[in-house]
Design a protein around this ligand. Structure first.
Ligand code: PMP
Length: 431
């Protein structure tokens, strides 16, 4: 039984000086009940809280820790870079090296600009798409999350759904009017929107595998259908691969599904855990970005040398160790198959969505293919399941509407430990 009096005390204290006691809403435990655990360290597959509790990690800083926490290759690169100064605000060789590596790894990217978060990447990509096409409107999908840029906080996923504010106050009607939304996997709805807004749609942006309404996979033909539509209508197709880039394959979901967008947004993983994002795409489009072109986008700390060193180490490792992907897939399949077996033995039939090293369990028996079907999950039951897993020493995302991420640090023994916890938590949650 894991108890956490120090975390409790810290959470009470945090609420006096930090809104809601956390620096990002998804860290709060509001949707699942209880209060967040405050962490002090993490190594490999484990994270340790202020009370000395140890957790098996399945969030991994919301994705980037593909190699587990405190991976030596990444840490060594950071330590080596530190004595040369933490920031220059002037160009460095490392920025070219990481750009070349990204261009080499991601099929759609011919030029890339580094930024400091996924939010910056998506905001900038849409601005560039607008500048390039001379059009104003954008289509996004219900339940997809693209960071907290104003125009994305319409029908937004992740913490916005968890807290019940998919359309955030503070976003003006003017901005909202330029954001059109369609259900995920509904190509016909997108075609209708494009038809009704002829020559006005600058961009269609989506998570090619959605991770922010729980994990939802693109149905056969959906991504290709969007590709064909965008080509026909002169719309910029943007894949937001902040979660899936370098995780589902070295070249991300676009490589896995064989569909090439015009632009791609990246984040998290390219910083190896440091605050980094990037956006890139066709030369013709990226040449619109200042100072090459007229669309302004800038950042004092963009291309930060420490972050670039961490990212380079991570990407080089992934590029030179393709077995990472087969191993991750094997581990994740073992977890998912074991969960299915647990459920079968317990007479349960909940839905699990799974691709590569990402998965989600939904407490519903119907297939989950979009936000409407994701919402059929019994979130109260998810809350009980989450807290039970926490008590068994497994740290999951504290919301139904998130994906889990497996790292290479999860051994076969830990899979068994996880499955034992899963079995008990399923039983406890259904009582
Ligand atoms: N896009 C996607 C697909 C994301 O999952 C996220 C964050 N989870 C973002 C954008 C925003 O990234 P950040 O939190 O780094 O701003």
């Amino acid at each position: 039984m894991k108890i956490a009096p120090i975390s409790e005390e810290l959470f009470q204290r945090a609420q006096h000086s930090i809104p809601g006691g956390v620096n990002s809403p998804v860290r709060a435990f509001r949707a699942v009940g209880g209060n967040p655990r405050f962490m002090v360290s993490a190594k490999g597959p484990y994270m340790f809280d202020e009370d000395g509790n140890r957790y098996i990690e399945l969030i991994n800083s919301w994705g980037p820790m593909i190699l587990g926490h405190a991976a030596e290759v990444v840490q060594e690169a950071v330590l080596k870079a530190i004595p040369n100064s933490l920031s220059f605000g002037a160009p460095t060789r490392k920025e070219i090296e990481i750009a070349e590596l990204i261009v080499d790894m991601v099929p759609s990217i011919e030029k890339v600009r580094m930024v400091n978060s996924g939010t910056e990447a998506t905001m900038s990509a849409v601005r560039v798409a607008r500048g390039y096409t001379g059009r104003n409107k954008m289509i996004k999908f219900e339940g997809c999350y693209h960071g907290h840029g104003d125009s994305f906080l319409i029908a937004a996923g992740s913490g916005a759904i968890t807290l019940g504010v998919p359309d955030s106050p503070g976003v003006t009607q003017g901005v909202a009017a330029d954001t059109l939304t369609a259900p995920y996997n509904d190509l016909e709805a997108v075609k209708r929107l494009v038809e009704a807004n002829k020559d006005q749609v600058a961009a269609i942006i989506l998570e090619p595998v959605a991770g922010n309404m729980g994990l939802v996979l693109p149905e056969q033909g959906f991504l290709q259908g969007l590709r064909d539509l965008c080509t026909k209508e002169g719309i910029v197709l943007i894949f937001d691969e902040v979660m899936t880039g370098f995780r589902l394959a070295p070249g991300g979901a676009q490589q896995l599904f064989g569909v090439t967008p015009d632009m791609t947004t990246l984040g998290k993983i390219i910083g190896g855990g440091m605050p980094v994002g990037a956006y890139g795409g066709k030369k013709e489009i990226m040449n619109f970005v200042a100072p090459a072109g007229p669309v302004y986008q800038a950042g004092t700390l963009s291309g930060n040398p420490i972050a670039m060193s961490a990212g380079m180490a991570m990407l080089q490792y992934l590029q030179s160790h393709p077995e990472v992907y087969t191993n991750l897939e094997q581990t994740t399949s073992n977890m998912v198959n074991g969960m299915k077996q647990n459920m079968q033995e317990l007479g349960m039939n909940y839905t699990i969505n799974h691709v590569g090293s990402m998965f989600s369990i939904f407490f519903t028996e119907q297939p989950v293919t979009d936000f409407e079907s994701a919402k059929t999950s019994d979130t109260t039951m998810f809350g009980r399941y989450f807290n039970s897993m926490l008590q068994h020493g497994v740290y999951l995302a504290p919301s139904q509407y998130e994906s889990l991420f497996v790292s290479t640090a999860i051994t076969d023994d830990l899979v068994q430990e996880y499955l034992q916890a899963n079995r008990e938590a399923l039983q406890e949650a259904s009582r």
